[in-house]
Design a protein around this ligand. Structure first.
Ligand code: NIG
Length: 406
């Protein structure tokens, strides 16, 4: 019999989604015990009698889940692009707007002009919004600098956020586009050379991942190949934006480099899915961008699941294709527009999102030894976010030793 003094016990949990097994690993009438920011016991409510907690939270029969992980965001940027939303509503395409120097490039212009302080202050503001939605860890990409100084500025902001934000931050250096005017093969070769020779080596101390946007009019598969090969050599973990709008050989490249996550996939076909299933990777689906860009094709989640490829869901928060941090809405869109099951959607924002970042031994499930990233929801069952779509039911967010009640 244990007789331990511990920091925190959460008791009287109606439905605990542990995500410990293939499904949701539900325990009813459950309790969790936390000490020093680590989960030290999980089980039925009777386990509480073995501990003397300094603080006890009575979950009053509600739902408790792991903290949500937003594994694909572009959260450091300046300005907004409502004008482009209107242009798209009038029939212009996302890629045409980019081609004439708008889109990503208009945010680059604003972000280059912004000071590090203002980017930091905006970043903190957005992270508070994410916290309110129960997001306890986020991957954040650079990619709105497009030159050495401005990418570095974004990475410095990420480093500060990593040190100061309540959430866990995972920084990525993103090769997002060619700078304005870089539209001949020679200029592009020169840019890739700078990226490989200067940016990749010196950004290693700031970023865990390198990501490349492979798309028509952005990086071609051979260009991305050069970047990914060098990034791998230097020791970065790899991610890719692929098959968002066009399929241009990104899947083959993802397989070649065995990237940890393959993101977007709005246009993937079954042959490509079969190819992808040959490597250990996680696909990151971004239903907010699909909705906001009014995409006519959606990822083939039935085949992805038949091929046993883990599926994560993220907001893709950015000023162009998804200016929303409401990850609950993304879960609901994944179910109602992409055809995922509610169970797959919960896996998508917890354990599979952790997999997309290589953090599944640390985060994404409520298991003894994992970090205490936990959300208590003011709801009776785990279907409610899909039914009351977009509504925020988060009541408590626990990140290791910090408890926030909303
Ligand atoms: O993931 N696709 C590329 N990057 C973002 C959009 C960035 C932007 O439009 O500013 C995305 O959708």
């Amino acid at each position: 019999m244990k007789d331990n003094a511990v920091d925190l016990a959460i008791v009287n949990i109606g439905q605990l989604l542990t995500m410990a097994e293939k499904g949701l690993g539900i325990i009813e009438n459950a309790a969790i015990v936390i000490h020093n920011g680590i989960i030290i016991d999980v089980g039925e409510s009777s386990i509480r009698q073995h501990y003397h907690p300094q603080q006890t939270i009575d979950a009053q029969g509600k739902v408790v889940t792991p903290g949500l992980i937003d594994c694909h965001t572009h959260l450091i940027f300046s300005g907004s692009r409502e004008n482009e939303m209107v242009q798209r509503l009038q029939g212009e395409s996302y890629l045409t707007i980019l081609k004439r120097g708008g889109g990503i490039l208009s945010t680059v212009q604003r972000t280059q002009k912004a000071s590090q302080e203002s980017l930091l202050s905006d970043g903190k503001k957005w992270l508070n919004v994410a916290l309110r939605y129960g997001v306890t860890a986020l991957e954040i990409k650079s990619g709105y600098g497009l030159d050495y100084e401005n990418e570095l500025k974004q990475l410095h902001v990420l480093t500060e956020l990593k040190e100061r934000a309540p959430q866990k931050i995972i920084p990525t250096f993103l090769a997002h586009a060619f700078p304005r005017g870089c539209d001949t093969e020679l200029l592009q070769q020169h840019y890739i050379h700078t990226l490989i020779e200067k940016m990749l080596p010196s950004f290693k101390k700031y970023a865990d991942f390198v990501d490349v946007f492979v798309e028509e009019g952005v990086f071609s598969a051979p260009q991305a190949d050069l970047i990914l090969s060098e990034a791998k050599q230097i020791g970065y973990k790899l991610k890719m934006h692929v098959n968002q709008i066009k399929s241009i050989g990104g899947i083959e490249l993802a397989v070649k480099h065995q990237v940890l996550s393959v993101d977007h996939l709005d246009t993937i076909n079954e042959k490509e899915i079969a190819l992808l299933s040959k490597i250990e990777t996680t696909v990151v689906l971004l239903p907010g961008a699909s909705y906001f860009l009014n995409c006519t094709t959606v990822p083939d989640v039935v085949s992805l699941s038949q091929y046993n490829i883990p599926m994560a869901i993220a907001t893709n928060f950015n000023p162009g294709s998804c200016p929303s941090l409401n990850i609950h809405l993304m879960m609901s869109l994944a179910v109602h527009r992409f055809g995922m099951t509610p169970e797959q959607a919960w896996q998508g924002v917890t354990i599979n999102a952790a997999r997309a970042l290589g953090l599944q031994e640390e985060l994404g499930s409520i298991v003894v030894g994992r970090k205490a990233h936990i959300v208590i929801w003011d709801m009776q069952n785990y279907w409610m976010p899909f039914y009351h779509f977009g509504h925020n039911f988060v009541e408590y967010v626990i990140i290791e030793k910090g408890v926030t009640r909303f």
